[in-house]
Each structure stands twice: as C-alpha cells, then as structure tokens.
Design a protein around this ligand. Structure first.
Ligand SMILES: C[S@@+](CC[C@H](N)C(=O)[O-])C[C@H]1O[C@@H](n2cnc3c(N)ncnc32)[C@H](O)[C@@H]1O
Length: 211
C-alpha cells in the first residue's frame, strides 16, 4: 500500500542511508553517549542486548557489540547491509520490530535510539508490552521518545524523501511505559540542534522491568 507508514519508512531509509549518516554527524546536543554509559555500567557480564531500529552501525552500536552479545533489528535493508559491514561481530535482522517474534525473557537490555518516533501511535503501547516481555526480570530499556506534541503523519520532504513521523507527548510516553510494566529510573527531555531542521526535543528514558 503506497501510504503504508512502514513502507514509507523502509523505502525512505533505503534511499537516504548515506545522506542520513552525513546529516546525523551534524546533530548537536544528543545525550546518547551519556545514557549509553549509564546502561553499560548496569549491564551484567555477557549480557544479551537487542537494538531496535539499529540503523547503519553507528558508534553506539559498535560500543554495544564490544560489550555485549548484540542483536540489531531494522526495517531498512540498506541500513542492515551497512550495519553488517560495520559491526561484523553482531547479528542483524531485517524486520519490522512491531512484528518481531522473540522468546520471552531473553534479553538483559533493549535499546532504541530515535526509532519509536517512526511507529504509528496505535502500535506503540503493544510494542512496549512486547519489549517488556522480551526482557529478563530486572532488564533495562534505554530509549528515545518524542516529547513535543501528540501527532503523526508524513513529512513530504525529509532529507529528500517522504518520511513518516509519530509522537505522543512526554507525559503520555511516561504513562505508556508505566502501563507496560516499566519502572522509570531516569527520564529527561533534551533539546538537540538538527541543523536546517531546527531544534528537536526528545524524551530520553532508562527504564527497568521489575524483578
Ligand atoms: C532515525 S534512524 C535511527 C538509527 C539509529 N538508531 C541511530 O541512532 O543512528 C531510525 C531507524 O529506525 C528504523 N526503523 C523505523 N521503523 C522501524 C520499524 N518499525 N522496525 C524496525 N526498524 C525501524 C529505520 O529504518 C532507521 O534505520
């Protein structure tokens, strides 16, 4: 279906993988490495980690693969191709994470940087419940959520392609996480500078599945 959000996202990242990688290098003010360090300090030895919307194998994915047994998932075939090339020690799967079938209680942490803002809002509550089920008791979720407004739709020209974006506001995202069974260890709204796109606000969350 031409207007299918998943198809728009997959075809979009297939087309702009190179341009997105260059654009991302200019984004300033992301707290990604600070939150990643916090997670790494909490992970057990020989941890199993799942990265949702892993993208093309950026620095945080490489660090996770050095520290843990990493499985990356992305809906874009081109992003997965790049990730396999850059991070050969991890396993990668091309899939829609919402449709993913994984054994329950099989990961010590799930990481999702800048991907939940591409998921149709109607699907996010179920996805969070599934992430909760994939985690072992006391497992962690480190994720970026939208923070500014509750909306979804297609931006006609984002880095040269149509792109589907979605968001709940920060309070709604916190409520969804608690409803899914998570305890919020840290949550912080951070504004980053996205060059010609202007400023963007995201909710950063480190959450835990109770033991
Ligand atoms: C903004 S990029 C972020 C990539 C990477 N996490 C990073 O921080 O560089 C979003 C990524 O999520 C992927 N993605 C979006 N929706 C997805 C879905 N439903 N299932 C799996 N991957 C998805 C896209 O293909 C893209 O690679």
């Amino acid at each position: 279906m031409a207007g299918d959000p998943k198809r728009i996202v997959a075809e979009g990242y297939d087309a702009i993988a190179g341009r997105y990688a260059t654009w991302q290098k200019g984004v300033a003010g992301s707290p990604r490495m600070r939150f990643l360090d916090r997670l790494l300090a909490l992970l057990p030895r020989d941890a199993a980690v799942l990265e949702l919307g892993c993208g093309a194998g950026v620095a945080s994915t490489r660090i996770l693969a050095e520290r843990a047994r990493l499985t990356g998932v992305d809906i874009s075939g081109e992003q997965i191709r790049r990730a396999r090339e850059r991070v050969p020690s991890a396993s990668f799967v091309q899939a829609d994470m919402v449709e993913l079938e994984l054994p329950p209680a099989s990961f010590d942490a799930v990481v999702a940087f800048y991907v939940f803002t591409h998921v149709p809002r109607a699907e996010l509550p179920t996805l969070l419940e599934r992430v909760h089920a994939w985690l072992r008791p006391r497992g962690f979720l480190l994720a970026t959520f939208g923070a500014s407004e509750s909306a979804e739709g297609v931006q006609i020209d984002w880095l040269g392609v149509p792109m589907f974006f979605s968001s709940f506001d920060a309070d709604e995202n916190r409520a969804l996480l608690r409803d899914a069974g998570f305890e919020l260890l840290e949550n912080e709204v951070v504004t980053q500078d996205e060059l010609e796109e202007g400023e963007a606000r995201f909710l950063w969350v480190l959450a835990q599945k109770p033991g």
